[in-house]
Structure formats: structure tokens, C-alpha cells
Design a protein around this ligand. Structure first.
Ligand code: ATP
Ligand code: MG
Length: 366
């Protein structure tokens, strides 16, 4: 449904500001009906990438295809028409304050030249769809953040798009409103068969709704794929952000990180190590979450026992289908308290938690 091929965006130098390569050769393919996430630190090119999907930003080079239409081959008029099949929502809603909820949803239908009575019917349906059937006449100032985003979603869906772009759509919302908006996005995806490209810095959002995700850094894709695949890939930087497993302060012993899945759950891992093999096992970090509707976890274990036994035990886990990574010997984990972060950085992937280094990691010299 969305096909980007080697897309680049260079913002030319202007008034003392140097040239910026915001997107540096990204190829990305999102299937019809897929919920795809885009994550990465601030300034990594996420918004620029999203804006190139509907050509709000014309790529400097590369090809953008949406629903089999090569947008980069169209002239400006063609782009304006094609853009109707791509809805977009933003962090700050971008509603017209002078218009009611209904008036905001109606706006794109007016621009598209739809007749008045048809417009009214469509607006009523859309507000019902987003659960605001009783708030037609409310102005944005009278609505909560979550309700404003619902209006924005209704407006984005007005022209019956096939693709919905969401740029930090839940970043200004509290957790309860975020959950409500995500549930709504999931529902409209299912009911309308939408393809969704969702940009966020909140890993919880990716875990809750995405089927796949890409991690950007300096305008490039550095990791990505279907989440189930990413989470079982050794040394995946995206997996480290999706399921952080930092060591608690004072952890000692041999550190082993085990990725648990429904097929190889943590109970079995612990039983194998502690029960069957008699090793001393402590959990020194980890998280277990529902990701893309399935249970995944990463446990950081401190395991004591002689090396020969430990190696055999880890091999046994691997044979049982677990991803097992061993920390570098002597590479002491730093004491860390994940709650003790600079203000405003909670859950921010830019401040990925400290993790010990693991053998076989690309940056470890053997
Ligand atoms: N119109 C523009 N002119 C010049 N530079 C721009 C423009 N838009 C974005 N940039 C630059 O391109 C880079 C990528 O910006 P972008 O907004 O895509 O990042 P982002 O990943 O969305 O960041 P954030 O998480 O802070 O929203 C940044 O260095 C930014 O300063
Ligand atoms: Mg952005």
C-alpha cells in the first residue's frame, strides 16, 4: 500500500543555517491493512518521512507509491487529488478553533465539493464512529485532548482515505486518553481496512498497536521489521527499546539475557536453569509485555555455577528455541534506576536504558 524507494530529503542551506539531510535514503514497504510504527530520536527524520508519504514534502530524490499510484510522478494538481486517499493526524490536533466539532469534520468535505445534505449525513456518521455523536456543536476549546484527537481522526477519515498517517498523535494525551485513541485507531483500521503509519516516541504505543516498526537514526533505517521478528533478533536496537532489560544496581555474577516467547516462556527457562540444572538464578532486570497481541519478554538473569555447566545450560535453552545472549565477562553493569531519569525523558527512547554489553554484539571485540 505504501512503497518508498530510496527516498531522500535534503533541506537546502538558508540564511546561515547549513544544509540538512533529514531523510537519507529510506526504502520502506507497508502492506495494505498493516499498522506500521516509525520510532527514533528527535530529529531523526520521522516527521519528514511521514510528510513525504502524502507529498506534503516533496522528496529530493526517490519514489513514493501509495495505493499503486506513483505520487512522485504527479504534478501539484495530481498530488492534491491523490492526497485525499491519505489522512493525517498530528500531536496538536490542528483543529479550527472557530468551528464546531461538526464544522471541523465537514471542512475537507466542503473543499472536496460535496453537497450540503450529503455532507451533513457523512459528518454525523463520522462523529458517531469516533464516539462523539453527542458533541456536534462543541468547539475545540470545550473538548478534552482525547476528544479533540477524536474529532481530528473523524476529519482525517472524511474523504475515505486508504492510508492514515499519525504523527505523535497521542503524545499530548494522558495515559487513559491515549488508550482510548489507540483503541479507536485499532477499531477504524479493522472496520475500514486502513493502512496506518504511526510515528511515535512512546514504545508503549508501538507495543499496543503496531504489527511492525522501523527505527530511524540520522535519516536512515537502522533496524526494523515485523515486531515478532525484531524481538527475537540478537542485538536488535529496536528490541532493546521495545523491551528494555536494564540491570538493577549491584547485580553480580554471569549475566545472561533470555528473550521469552509464548513458545519458550520464562517459567520453562527458570525451571531449566534452576530446577533441572541446579544453577543459582536471580532475575536482575527485565520486562514481559504484550507486543502485537502476543506475549514477549526479555529477562536479564544472573546465573552462578561453574562455566562448563553454564555453557551447557545456555545451549539447552537455545535448543529449546530461546534467544540467549551472554554479557561480556567482567563488564560490570552500571547501577541504574530507570525511575531516576532527567525530567521529561520518561519512556523516551532517546534515553534508552543502560544495558550491559553482550558477546557477539557488533561493537564487542572478541
Ligand atoms: N522545513 C525544514 N527546513 C529545514 N530543516 C528541516 C525542516 N524540517 C525538518 N528539518 C530538519 O530535518 C531533521 C529531521 O526533522 P524531523 O522533524 O523529520 O525529525 P523528527 O524525527 O520528526 O523529530 P521529533 O521527534 O523532534 O519530531 C531535523 O534536523 C530538522 O531540523
Ligand atoms: Mg517529528
Amino acid at each position: 500500500m505504501i512503497e518508498l524507494t530510496d527516498v531522500r530529503k535534503v533541506f537546502p542551506a538558508r540564511r546561515g543555517a547549513a544544509e540538512v539531510t533529514a531523510v537519507d535514503g529510506i526504502s520502506l514497504s507497508v502492506a495494505a491493512g498493516e499498522f506500521a510504527g516509525v520510532v527514533g530520536p528527535s530529529g531523526s527524520g520521522k516527521s519528514t518521512l511521514a510528510r513525504m508519504v502524502n507529498l506534503l514534502e516533496r522528496p529530493t530524490s526517490g519514489r513514493v507509491v501509495v495505493d499503486d499510484q506513483v505520487l512522485t510522478d504527479l504534478d501539484d494538481d495530481g498530488v492534491r487529488t491523490a492526497r485525499r486517499s491519505v489522512g493525517m493526524i498530528f500531536q496538536h490536533f490542528n483543529l479550527l478553533d472557530s468551528r464546531t466539532a461538526a464544522g471541523n469534520v465537514e471542512h475537507p468535505l466542503e473543499l472536496a465539493g460535496m453537497g450540503r445534505s450529503e455532507r451533513r449525513r457523512r459528518v454525523a456518521d463520522l462523529l458517531d464512529l469516533v464516539g462523539l455523536g453527542d458533541r456536534h456543536g462543541s468547539r475545540p476549546g470545550q473538548l478534552s485532548g482525547g476528544q479533540k484527537q477524536r474529532v481530528a481522526i473523524a476529519r482525517a477519515l472524511a474523504a475515505r482515505p486508504k492510508v492514515l498517517l499519525c504523527d505523535e498523535a497521542t503524545s499530548a494525551l494522558d495515559p487513559a486518553s491515549t488508550a482510548g485513541v489507540l483503541e479507536l485507531l485499532r477499531q477504524v483500521r479493522a472496520e475500514l481496512g486502513l493502512t496506518v503509519l504511526l510515528i511515535t516516541h512512546e514504545m508503549a504505543v508501538v507495543r499496543a498497536v503496531c504489527d511492525s516498526a522501523v527505527l530511524l537514526d540520522h535519516g536512515r533505517v537502522v533496524d526494523g521489521g515485523p515486531l515478532a521478528e525484531v524481538l527475537t533478533r540478537p542485538h536488535s536496537p529496536l528490541a532493546a527499546q521495545l523491551l528494555p532489560a536494564p540491570a538493577v544496581a549491584g547485580a553480580t555474577g554471569d549475566l545472561v539475557r533470555v528473550t521469552v516467547t509464548e513458545a519458550a516462556p520464562e517459567g520453562r527457562v527458570l525451571r531449566t536453569l534452576a530446577g533441572e540444572l541446579g544453577l543459582d538464578v536471580e532475575i536482575v532486570g527485565g520486562s514481559v509485555e504484550t507486543v502485537a497481541g502476543r506475549r514477549f519478554g526479555r529477562l536479564l538473569l544472573s546465573v552462578s555455577g561453574d562455566d562448563g555447566r553454564l555453557d551447557g545450560a545456555l545451549q539447552r535453552l537455545r535448543d529449546g528455541g530461546s534467544l540467549v545472549e551472554r554479557a561480556v565477562p567482567g563488564d560490570e553493569p552500571l547501577p541504574i534506576d530507570v525511575h531516576d531519569q532527567p525530567e521529561g525523558s520518561e519512556g523516551d527512547p532517546v534515553h534508552a536504558p543502560y544495558e550491559p554489553r553482550f558477546l557477539d554484539a557488533p561493537d564487542v571485540q572478541r
